[in-house]
Design a binder for this molecule. Structure first.
Ligand SMILES: C[S@@+](CC[C@H](N)C(=O)[O-])C[C@H]1O[C@@H](n2cnc3c(N)ncnc32)[C@H](O)[C@@H]1O
Length: 394
């Protein structure tokens, strides 16, 4: 259905194009196994995580200037330095506390946090990484061995969440990488958007929604007190509550800092947002067509933070704070991390101020990105939320 208005994007190089063709063949085979189509969440799961093939499972560059997108730790080490100050506060209150990072990307955030904690004399006993992509695990290990050889012995990689984690959990842009279902509201109820193969091109088809999807959408409508308009298309991560519940089981005492672009449920399903929250990234072009470039572009969906809060509370956590990234950084120690600014050479000052603008300005990453902190046990509210906390809006 979407082939008419495909976005104008750079052409993939020959190796990437060949790889994408393999990923598309793999997805077509899964469609054939499933009787001709896949739910959007299944399609997204294969496109991102099919072993050895998917975007996160294979070798594409992904992060940074020569990849497809930049995340906050790729923009500037200042992000990790401020976050490290928040980690230090929690670690000071949780005896024997460690840090667990989900989805560590290139490893830059781990580097920045460990370097800063070493400088603050607040290193944890362990820095654990839970990363679903074997390719990224290897990349992170190589990077950290080269960048922080004196600290890398603190880092280990886990295959599953530890049973009893105390201290800090971090996940930056992990929730947006969880597969989502797409749906459309019709007169007759909720329809599921599925992906099929239309003469060699992936296309969307509508099908009756399975009960689990339809009930989830009806529950949203009941909460909002209104039926969504006919033709309203949106997204829902049915796996998100389970992901938060697993995190809650892991976190025995301490705080989880979850960063992502996201909004409250009321904003997520506002009538004017009638085309959903999917975003794709290819060579720094953001667009809305997830059906092209299978396996060589990132597919993400904004996060409904009300669901994250609700799932956390259902699993015994409390929301210690919810704020925009700018406020988190400004309240969390950005000024302290900038105190040497005046003594830097002019070129470094310009570079650093550009990075801080990208992290904090509302039109860049400052407002769309949020931090939600989920807490278990007796730990003070991190200072980052003392400037502004929007928990009441959830
Ligand atoms: C958009 S990248 C963000 C990487 C990094 N945190 C950063 O900010 O640059 C998403 C990361 O989450 C990982 N990931 C996806 N699903 C995950 C899951 N269920 N558990 C842990 N990591 C996951 C991906 O492999 C990837 O490393």
């Amino acid at each position: 259905m979407q082939h008419d208005d495909r976005p104008v994007l750079p052409r993939p190089d020959a190796i990437s194009a060949e790889h994408s063709a393999h990923v598309a063949d793999f997805i077509r085979a899964r469609m054939a196994d499933a009787g001709g189509s896949l739910s959007f969440a299944e399609y997204m799961q294969h496109a991102l995580y099919a072993p050895g093939l998917g975007y996160y499972a294979a070798g594409s560059r992904k992060f940074g200037a020569d990849g497809d997108f930049v995340t906050a730790p790729e923009v500037s080490p200042v992000f990790g330095r401020v976050l490290a100050r928040q980690c230090a506060e929690v670690l000071a209150e949780v005896e024997g506390g460690a840090i667990l990072e989900y989805g560590a990307g290139s490893g830059k955030l781990a580097r920045d946090i460990l370097e800063t904690l070493a400088r603050l004399d607040a290193l944890p006993g362990r820095y654990e990484i839970l990363e679903v992509s074997a390719e990224l695990q290897e990349r992170q290990a190589r990077y950290l061995r080269a960048e922080i050889p004196e600290l890398v012995s603190l880092v280990s990689w886990l295959d599953m969440p530890p049973a009893n984690h105390k201290g800090v959990i971090i996940a930056n842009e992990v929730l947006d990488a969880l597969p989502v279902e797409r749906f459309v509201r019709s007169d007759a109820g909720v329809k599921q958007l599925r992906v099929t193969d239309d003469s060699g091109v992936f296309a969307i088809v509508e099908a009756p929604a399975p009960d689990i999807l339809s009930n989830a959408v009806l529950a949203i409508e009941a909460e909002l007190g209104q039926v969504l308009p006919v033709g309203f298309v949106s997204d829902i991560s049915l796996g998100l509550p389970g992901w938060v519940d697993a995190l809650a089981h892991t976190l025995q005492h301490g705080v989880a800092f979850l960063f992502d672009y996201g909004v409250t449920r009321r904003e997520y399903y506002a009538a004017e947002r009638s085309d959903g929250w999917l975003r794709c990234h290819f060579r720094h072009h953001a667009h809305n067509d997830p059906l092209i470039l299978a396996g060589i572009q990132d597919i993400t969906a904004w996060v409904d933070f009300s669901t994250v809060a609700e799932a956390g509370r259902n699993s015994g956590l409390d929301v210690a704070g919810y704020s925009a990234q700018a406020q988190f950084l400004l309240g969390g120690g950005l000024d302290a991390e900038m105190h040497e600014f005046a003594s830097l050479p002019l070129a470094s000052q310009l570079e650093l101020s550009g990075q801080v603008k990208t992290l904090t300005l509302p039109g860049a990453m400052g407002e769309h990105f949020k931090c939600m902190a989920l807490r278990r046990g007796d730990v003070r509210t991190p200072t980052a939320f003392r400037m502004a906390d929007r928990t009441h809006t959830l």
